[in-house]
Design a protein around this ligand. Structure first.
Ligand SMILES: Nc1ncnc2c1ncn2[C@@H]1O[C@H](COP(=O)(O)OP(=O)(O)O)[C@@H](O)[C@H]1O
Ligand SMILES: [Mg+2]
Length: 319
């Protein structure tokens, strides 16, 4: 996509939706959810959140996330059933409303990011997962590990939790936790396998699960650059050997910009994000979509809110 089209979209991004007739609304950091009985209408906005603050909007981000999730849910449905019922618009998923587990199921293949920072401080033991001493930054674990967090209320930080504590607090029964961890590992391995064929490493990701009756569903989003890290595979070994950061196609780009350029990691007033940084991140998200799926993204420039309303009305979700 050329720069002028991206630039034109800066003022047309989807900041929020106001569609009261769509159902009871809940506003998350990134998604607007509307409840219609057993269904949820999940609208992915263009909002960018980092360090638990909503900072700005990124052109086409909602569309990229929603379409990428749809891609991954379809590719992994043989491993675990998911919540998707319909995708009536590039930014919208109609989902089975599930009883969600209040757990962020984080699966990691590599020692990096916050876990690397914990590892250096010695606080990585909070997850109750034993892992090797003397690992270097960005090294691979012998096999993927699960480091669950509690899913905090809005404005609060998610806290690492051990499996033992999670069971003790009743966040899941031991039978459900066993099913959840097995599904999470299966989904992650499938994601890694596919990413490799596309020259990428799926480094880590976060899943959410829910239930309807006794059936377990994977919900929310899947393997997006918001919920996952992706690295460029062919540069991995050389960069690891040199101790350099990996080439990333995900939200870590903006986290590092905030720390480096604005000295911001969540405390105090969030900085203003300049337009060139917004456009640069848009380019990265679009590139991630195209690399992962192997298909060019036919983007839909223009007023996103108006298009969503039109599509939802045409398909009978909006009266
Ligand atoms: N199928 C589903 N059933 C119930 N809840 C869901 C489902 N899919 C997603 N959710 C919830 O909807 C919300 C999506 O909005 P999001 O902006 O991601 O919120 P958050 O700020 O909590 O990350 C999340 O709270 C997520 O847990
Ligand atoms: Mg979320």
């Amino acid at each position: 996509m050329d720069t002028s089209a991206l630039h034109a979209q800066l003022s047309l991004t989807l900041k929020q939706t106001d569609l009261p007739s769509l159902g009871q609304q809940y506003r998350g950091k990134v998604r607007e959810t509307y409840r219609q009985g057993e269904q949820l209408i999940l609208v992915t906005t263009d909002r960018l959140s980092a360090f638990d603050h909503i900072l700005t909007t990124i052109p086409f981000k909602g569309e990229v996330l929603n379409r990428l999730s749809a891609f991954w849910f379809e590719r992994t449905k043989h491993i675990c059933p998911n919540h998707v019922l319909d995708v009536p618009d590039a930014n919208v998923t109609v989902a089975r409303a599930c009883q969600p587990f209040a757990i962020e199921v984080v699966v990691r293949g590599y020692l990096t990011g916050s876990l690397w920072r914990d590892y250096q401080k010695g606080t990585h033991t909070a997850y109750g997962v034993p892992f090797p001493d003397g690992m270097r930054k960005d090294a691979a674990f012998p096999e993927p590990i699960i480091t669950p967090s509690t899913k905090a209320e809005y404005g609060q930080h998610d806290e690492p939790i051990s499996e033992k504590e999670l069971l003790a607090r009743g966040l899941a029964s031991s039978r459900d936790w066993a099913r959840i961890s097995e599904a999470a590992k299966g989904l992650f391995l499938e994601g890694q396998k596919w990413a490799r064929t596309r020259g990428l490493i799926l480094v880590d990701t976060k899943y959410e699960f829910g239930k309807v009756g006794d059936t377990l569903y994977v919900i929310d989003e899947m393997h997006t650059p918001d919920s996952s890290r992706y690295w460029v595979a062919d540069e991995y070994d050389a960069r690891l050997a040199r101790g350099e950061d990996q080439r990333m196609l995900d939200k870590e780009n903006i986290r590092q910009w905030l720390i480096r350029e604005r000295n911001f990691s969540g405390q105090g007033t969030p900085p203003v994000i300049p337009d060139d940084v917004r456009m640069d991140l848009a380019t990265k998200y679009i590139a991630a979509y195209e690399r992962i799926t192997g298909t060019p993204l036919a983007l839909q420039p223009g007023d996103v809110h108006a298009r969503i309303e039109r599509n939802l009305r045409a398909k009978g979700y909006l009266k």
